[in-house]
Design a protein around this ligand. Structure first.
Ligand code: G3P
Length: 220
């Protein structure tokens, strides 16, 4: 499964990139606003750090506005992916951009038929938001499962990007189902390599090693 980071924070992106396992980046208008940065300048900086797909989201809600924004965003770097909302105008814009060879990430996906239609429109990625469904007592993972089965039944090539990930167990479940990508906040990326038995085990190994070295010194 590919790993993207879901942030517009440069320090987080650099740190995650340094781990050597980062495949891409997703941003959205809320994440950009949180940074208080110029949108296009920030996207350019992100694309300089990460060579993989970097999603930049439009804020227009009509087809022509989306295309005009996409034209500006794709001029920033060759790895920009245009993020469009799963609304009818977004679907039309997805078709237009996909036919031009522009990669599209269809976001705010909350049910499998949205995912099927965006696949038919040529989307590169679809982003079902797991955590936001769980937040309202739904089952976000069930949506991933259903999309996986529909895509496999018909051979749709759109990649399933599990989004709105809240904790490592979301990643485990998404990987078991066969999501192609997960986009993960920095805090959760840090948790992915953590286990208390790893920490206590390492502490014990090092303590034993140092005790051995001390004993050898005493014998010398
Ligand atoms: O990639 C989508 C993601 O940013 C949404 O996450 O935590 O705002 O539900 P969240």
């Amino acid at each position: 499964m590919q790993l993207y980071i879901d942030t517009a924070n440069l320090n987080e992106i650099r740190e995650a990139h340094d781990l050597g396992v980062l495949d891409g980046v997703t941003t959205n208008p809320s994440l950009i606003s949180k940074e208080g940065a110029d949108f296009h300048a920030r996207m350019e900086e992100i694309c300089r750090i990460v060579p993989g797909p970097v999603s930049a989201e439009v804020v227009s809600t009509d087809h022509d506005g989306m295309i005009a924004e996409a034209d500006q965003l794709t001029a920033i770097a060759s790895n920009i992916v245009i993020k469009l909302p799963c609304i009818p105008e977004g679907l039309k814009a997805c078709r237009t951009l996909s036919e031009r060879g522009v990669k599209v990430n269809m976001t705010l996906c909350f049910q499998p038929m949205q995912a099927m239609l965006v696949a038919k429109a040529g989307a590169f990625l679809v982003s079902p938001f797991i955590g936001r469904v769980d937040d309202i007592s739904g089952d976000g993972m069930e949506i991933i499962q259903q999309i996986r089965q529909i895509y496999d039944n018909y051979g749709y090539e759109t990649k399933i990007l599990a989004a709105s990930i809240r904790h490592p167990q979301h990643m485990v479940q998404a990987a078991l189902i066969g999501a192609d990508v997960a986009t993960v906040p920095f805090k959760v990326i840090q948790q992915l390599m953590k286990h208390p038995l790893t920490d206590s085990g390492l502490e014990k190994f090092l303590a034993d090693w140092n005790a051995r070295a001390d004993a050898q010194k005493a014998m010398a």
